[in-house]
Design a protein around this ligand. Structure first.
Ligand code: IVH
Length: 681
């Protein structure tokens, strides 16, 4: 084996490892993948093949050895799975499916093992584990890294397809039941959700899977309608299986009897040929199914045979995900445009020669950001392969570089594309923070951002301007009455009366609420300015630290970063915003137009209240989002911290509290349940 080959393989393994980890984070943590599943699978396979060829390059932390992404820092408590949640190996075509069957024969030491399979749709959603204790739904976890997941119990409870109690007729209940399955968002609900997001100016979800995962991980302002439209479909019982249940088929039946939804498309297949036929018929019927699927899962039916086969690091040997081929079509890029979103993000969009992909005409495709363009090396004039990911949003899979090379001789230029240095809408210099992949227009007055920023300013947590709704904001901007945030406070009643659907009375009311909102607090003002990453908590931290706006404006990025609870990305974002002369002028104008806030006293707590000076830790499953409890405590002056120490005054423990409860008990910290907290408040 030539040394140079090995060297090359080593480098490639490093690149692949880094890329796959990057895509894992986008997929599992941010629910916003940049590449298609097929591309991801290609990367993972290439890595696995290299590791097989050069076993010495296989690292224990290789992405081929684990499932998903590390789940630190997502805002949910994590909890271990009862047993690891495995992933599945893939078969990309019939040949690989047959190879799987032959491997089973070899492993079972039989020429013709006559294996019965269960074919199920491979649901394209978010895998979860549900724990039932004595028949009651107790805890729900995301798959996470396979070993432990995020505790999203509160977000799972509203799902109509998750029974709060198992429908078991004969007592006693198995003490512990672990049901596994997929949370999916039916396609009809997915379309509805995305339309609503577009109207609100939010980025649409790329596919139902990201929408489902994103819904499950809502922490703030939980949208319960969204949760109720999710569906849980069960496909495995990891614990609590009665002895008489000896097959996957019987397991599905049992799950159905207990009150779970089980995919009605599932079939028993007597051999590999029937499994392949099942796969093909499901593929033909794919467009008529209510949920998105990306293949079939073929499982060995007999549980004793499953146990005999066992599993490897990532996946069981007794099941395989037999994927549908993606639909791919060739097109040509006629141009690349930068679009300014409502948060100021510049998104490069490729204009394509219109083509049909999977029944829809595609003429645009988002290129996400500069890194993505550089990675794919996409240029105007290029022939490309496009594909609809999850059958919804078209993506450019790759450039047909061969064609570029051919045509180059015909003097086509093929210049590499760079996002503009100035905003295409307002011409302000764009910025790109080091830690981010996004290029932005920082101008608060950019018309593309203005409406969104006005909406944010008027919202309840910010200046809370009564009566300043979306329609009115649109009119104010479209008529040119408001060109930047501060113009709001210069509005005259006569100007408002001119607007559609505005009478004398409503115009007067709006002037009055603007007047009221202009007497505000430093925290609210900081939120209202719409600085990226500055929400209620950060604004409050800044207000307490600096006590007034001017010291904050004068602070360096390092000084801001030195504050407890503020990281580098946030600090940089605040610094850049306040350092901009345009934004400083705007703040001055707000002041001139009467927006005021009192400076905070030297030792001011967040807010004076019954809980001032007391420190709290929250743990376990509470009856609502943790944030709600946090806000209640903080608005009464208390402090909520992450871990229990001797200085902690109270631990608020919900259901299934674990290590924190133990520690608090040991340290003699007072433990409260929700009622106890209410009493204190
Ligand atoms: S069985 C050990 N059945 O696909 C068995 N998984 O790529 C592993 N999935 O992690 C799970 N539909 O989230 C199984 N009918 C099905 C499935 C299914 C979708 C997901 C699941 C799994 C992933 C593996």
């Amino acid at each position: 084996m030539a040394d140079s080959d090995r060297e090359q393989a080593k480098e490639r393994v490093e690149v692949l490892t880094r890329d796959i980890s990057h895509h894992n984070a986008l997929y599992y943590r941010e629910d916003q993948p940049e590449i298609t599943d097929a591309e991801y699978d290609r990367l993972l396979r290439e890595l696995r093949d290299l590791e097989v060829e050069y076993p010495e390059l296989l690292r224990p932390d290789s992405p081929t050895q684990k499932v998903g992404a590390s789940i630190a820092g997502t805002g949910f408590e994590t909890a271990p799975h009862r047993s690891p949640m495995l992933s599945l190996d893939n078969a990309m075509d019939e040949g690989e499916m047959r190879a799987f069957n032959q491997r089973l024969g070899r492993l079972l030491d039989s020429e013709n093992p006559g294996i019965t399979f269960i074919g199920e749709p491979k649901l394209d959603g978010s895998g979860v584990e549900l724990i039932y204790l004595d028949g009651q739904f107790a805890q729900g976890l995301t798959r996470g890294d396979g070993q432990s997941g995020e505790d999203v119990t509160v977000n799972l409870k509203p799902l109509p397809s998750i029974p709060s109690k198992l429908q078991i007729s004969q007592e006693p209940f198995p003490p512990v039941v672990s049901v596994r399955g997929e949370v999916v968002l039916p396609l009809a609900d997915f379309r509805r959700l995305n339309e609503a997001r577009l109207v609100r100016g939010d980025e649409p979800f790329a596919n139902p899977r990201n929408a489902a995962a994103g819904s499950l991980r809502q922490i703030h302002d939980i949208d319960y309608d969204r949760l109720r439209s999710l569906e849980f479909r069960a496909y495995a019982l990891a614990e609590g299986k009665p002895e008489e249940v000896t097959t996957q088929w019987a397991t599905l039946k049992l799950l159905d009897a207990w009150g779970f939804h089980v995919s009605p498309e599932s079939r028993r297949c007597n051999n590999v040929d029937e499994a392949i036929a099942f796969h093909q018929s499901l593929q033909a019927d794919r467009a008529n199914l209510p949920v998105e699927i990306d293949g079939t899962v073929i499982k060995v039916d007999s549980i004793s045979v499953q146990n005999e086969l066992g599993h490897v690091a990532r996946s069981p040997r007794w099941a395989i995900a037999y994927k549908f081929p993606p639909e791919q079509v060739r097109s040509v890029i006629t141009g690349i445009e930068a679009q300014v979103g409502r948060t100021g993000a510049l998104t490069p969009v490729a204009k394509l020669e219109p083509v049909q992909v999977g029944g829809v005409i595609v003429s645009n495709s988002s290129l996400h950001n500069q890194d993505e363009i550089d990675r794919k090396d996409v240029r105007t004039g290029d022939a490309v392969i496009i594909q609809r990911a999850g059958d919804v949003i078209p993506q450019i899979v790759r450039v047909l570089l061969e064609e570029r090379d051919l045509k180059k001789n015909k003097k086509k230029s093929y210049e590499p594309y760079r996002l503009p240095e100035n905003c295409p809408v307002c011409n302000t210099a764009t910025i790109r923070l080091e830690a981010e992949s996004v290029t932005r227009c920082p101008n608060l007055d950019c018309p593309a951002q203005l409406k969104n920023n006005l909406r944010h300013l008027a919202s309840r947590g910010a200046l809370d301007v009564d009566g300043l709704g979306e329609k009115l904001i649109d009119q104010l901007v479209d008529t040119g009455l408001v060109k930047r945030l501060s113009d709001l406070f210069a509005l005259k009643q006569e100007q408002l009366e001119e607007l559609e659907r505005m009478g004398e009375k409503s115009a007067a009311n709006l002037i009055e609420s603007l007047q009221k909102s202009s007497q505000t607090t430093l925290t609210r003002l900081l939120i209202a300015l719409g600085i990226r990453h500055v929400g209620a908590t950060v604004a409050d931290t800044l207000a307490r630290h600096f006590r007034d706006l001017d010291p904050l404006i004068e602070a360096t990025a390092n000084q801001i970063e030195g504050i407890d609870g503020i990281g580098q990305t946030i600090a940089e974002s605040i610094f850049r915003f306040l350092d901009s002369p345009e934004n400083q002028a705007e703040i001055q104008r707000l002041r001139d137009l009467g927006v005021t806030w009192p400076a905070l006293e030297a030792d001011a707590g967040p807010q004076e209240g019954k809980l001032t000076g007391l420190s709290f830790v929250l743990t376990g499953t509470l009856s609502g989002p943790r944030d709600t409890f946090k806000q209640k405590i903080e608005s009464a002056g208390g402090k909520v911290v992450g871990s229990v120490s001797k200085k902690t005054d109270y631990l608020v423990a919900g259901e299934n509290a674990g290590s924190k409860l133990k520690k608090a008990t040991e340290l003699g910290v007072t433990i409260l349940d929700e009622d106890g907290l209410e009493n204190l408040l």
